[in-house]
Design a protein around this ligand. Structure first.
Ligand code: MG
Ligand code: ZN
Length: 459
């Protein structure tokens, strides 16, 4: 450098430059954790079993009025979801009306199977890896919540593999003899749930967890004892759940079978009866609400320090919407839909505090109810209930997929879907249940499983 360039002006400019560079480095160093680190990816998957467009409209009309908006309605992305299963005798062809086992399998694995199967291939019984298992194996935290028995199809499809969904426990294995532990199989659904070891398991099904394991290292033990031995804290009341500190894995069993619906049942009739209002207060205080279980699950899965988070996958199911639709109970359906919607609001608030969270709200299949004109209710071949809604208007709901007294059936319309968070916009439009798996898997940064062959229909 020429000595003449060492002027005061040059020195001043150099000092300014050095100061700017130093400040830049400092700013870079301190801003890195906030601005350059990706937020921890989480997935909250909320499944309303048997909730279709008619059920959602019923709940909106009844609870907030035709011009009101539920929390589901207010999510930023809405789309549609196709739901068919495939045939056991010819898996290349659709079985249009899915049950909850095949639909949950599609969401959990990205692969279509036949009705009554849980995360197994048609014909071969081969186990299909689930998103919960993949998330767990990648070091993420995991949870399953249901208002049904935890052995019921929707939660079970995320962590158990069996060719017959009713193989709940070691005493119910007649329909799936090759899956018993005695014959070297994976065991019943509740045995497999414990073996899968999610961090959070909350729901009903105490009767199944009380059964004794027939073979293997835990032979003679009750399933719930095996869970304790595997490190689970077991709770059985809403109070205990509310007071539980996050920490070791938790197994909450709040009912022998399914939890009670939130609202008292209505009775559909033929000929049509008078307009009525629904009554809440049907669930015993010992049983937590869907929202209370969801809140507890999120508290357990939420990392203590956001910058050290492994991320999580949580599936929470409002199961009784479907089960009350099967028995033509409009108030039972609406009450649990309203409660599910409170869970959507809670999950949205969580997702907004944790920006890496993808929230997906979906049903697994449509169901029976139709809102019909009260003036023609007497012409309905089925049974009806008329409710006086929030608007003060009569809403007549017809159930007509079975004869009076028989179990009402699933239907096969495409299902509404709503989402919020990273990649949620890919769910606008029409997708399939199997696409949800691939979107969740990509969001969580999980590799495509070696066994998986189905290409997602890209939204
Ligand atoms: Mg279900
Ligand atoms: Zn059902």
């Amino acid at each position: 450098m020429h000595p003449r360039s060492l002027t005061p002006r040059f020195l001043a400019a150099s000092i300014l430059l050095l100061a700017t560079l130093a400040q830049g480095c400092t700013a870079l160093r301190w801003s890195a954790p906030d601005e350059h680190r990706q937020p921890t990816p989480n997935v909250i998957l909320l499944i309303a079993d048997g909730l279709g467009a008619p059920g959602l409209t019923m709940a909106r009309n009844y609870h907030v009025g035709a011009n009101g908006r539920l929390a589901i309605d207010q999510l930023p992305v809405h789309g549609w979801c196709t739901t068919h299963a495939v045939r056991e005798d010819d898996p290349a062809r659709p079985d249009y009306v899915t049950d909850s086992a095949a639909s949950a399998t599609a969401i959990a694995t990205g692969r279509k199977t036949s009705n009554r199967r849980l995360a197994t291939e048609p014909q071969t019984d081969a186990a299909i890896p689930t998103i919960l298992e993949q998330a767990r194996d990648a070091g993420l935290r995991t949870g399953l919540v249901s208002t049904a028995s935890l052995a019921d199809a929707t939660p079970a499809a995320f962590a158990a593999h069996v060719n017959y969904r009713w193989c709940y426990d070691p005493a119910m294995m007649a329909g799936c003899p090759t899956f018993t532990k005695m014959s070297g199989g994976l065991g019943s659904i509740v045995e497999q749930l414990v073996d899968a070891r999610p961090d959070v398991l909350l729901g009903g099904g105490m009767v199944s967890f009380r059964q004794r394991i027939a073979a293997g290292p835990d032979a003679g033990r009750r399933v719930v004892e095996a869970a304790r031995a595997a490190g689970y804290r077991v709770v059985d009341s809403a109070d205990e759940l509310g007071g539980l500190e996050p920490g070791a894995p938790v197994l909450g069993l709040f009912a022998d079978g399914n939890l009670a619906p939130a609202w008292k049942p209505s009775l559909a009739s033929f000929p049509p009866g008078e307009a009525e209002r629904c009554e809440p207060g049907n669930r015993p205080p010992r049983q937590p609400s869907f929202t209370a279980m969801l809140e507890a699950a999120l508290r357990h899965l939420e990392p203590a320090r956001a910058d050290r988070a492994p991320g999580f996958f949580l599936m929470a199911e409002a199961a009784m919407i479907d089960k009350q639709a099967h028995v033509a109970d409009a108030c039972g359906q609406i009450g649990d839909t309203v409660e599910f919607d409170e869970g959507v609001a809670l999950a949205r608030a969580f997702a907004e505090r944790h920006p890496g969270t993808l929230l997906i709200v979906v049903g697994d299949h449509d169901h029976t109810p139709q809102i019909v004109d009260p003036a023609y209710a007497e012409y309905s071949p089925g049974i009806t209930t008329t409710l006086t809604t929030f608007d003060g208007s009569p809403m007549t709901i017809a159930y007509a997929t079975s004869f009076f007294g028989l179990r009402q059936q699933h239907t096969a319309s495409q299902r509404p879907l709503a989402a919020l968070g990273p990649a949620a916009e890919r769910l606008g439009g029409l997708v399939d249940h199997a696409d949800l798996y691939h979107l969740m898997r990509e969001h969580l940064g999980l590799a495509r499983p070696a066994a998986g062959g189905d290409e997602a229909l890209q939204p």
